[in-house]
Every structure is written in structure tokens, then in C-alpha cells.
Write a protein of this length. Structure first.
Length: 95
């Protein structure tokens, strides 16, 4: 009887290990799909016949923020001693 319980415990543990491994792999695949979708969006913006830098920067920033699980983001460029806002994501107008 003790061997039977031990075998059941081993089977339960193996099922738990496989379930955890499956969950980890599923998360990896979801992350990869999200990165691929972000890359596709950026490439579409870059491949437009009329290159619109603000649009490309906004798409790039949105993708980066989503991949990084960020609620907001900004891109700035340096002009002398100041940094001018070039793109925003998720920022309120008063910000």
C-alpha cells in the first residue's frame, strides 16, 4: 500500500512539473508573439511610401512601452541644451 501511495505522489509531482513547464513555455511563446507583432507594426510604419518620422516614432514608442509593460513613454531629441519631445505614449496632455 505504501508503494502505491508513493507512486501516486510521484505521478502527482510529475504532473505538477509538466504543468509548470507547459505554463512557462506558453508564456515564452506569448512573449515571442508580442515581440513579433511589435516588430511587424514598426516595419509597416517604416515601409510606407511616405516616410512620416513622427508616426514611426510613435509606433516605435508604443511597441517598446507595450513590450516593457509600461503605461507611458516618451522619446526626446537633443537640441542644444534642451531635450525636445518627439513622441509620447500614454501620456496625458497636461503632462
Amino acid at each position: 500500500m505504501a508503494q502505491h501511495l508513493n507512486a501516486e505522489d510521484q505521478a502527482d509531482q510529475k504532473i505538477q512539473e509538466l504543468t509548470e513547464a507547459l505554463a512557462a513555455r506558453t508564456q515564452e511563446l506569448e512573449d515571442a508573439l508580442q515581440r513579433q507583432a511589435a516588430t511587424t507594426g514598426i516595419l509597416r510604419a517604416l515601409n510606407r511610401s511616405t516616410f512620416d518620422l513622427p508616426d514611426v516614432l510613435n509606433r516605435l514608442l508604443e511597441s517598446a512601452a507595450r513590450l516593457g509593460n509600461a503605461d507611458i513613454g516618451t522619446i526626446r531629441h537633443r537640441e542644444g541644451d534642451t531635450y525636445t519631445l518627439a513622441a509620447t505614449y500614454g501620456c496625458t496632455p497636461e503632462w
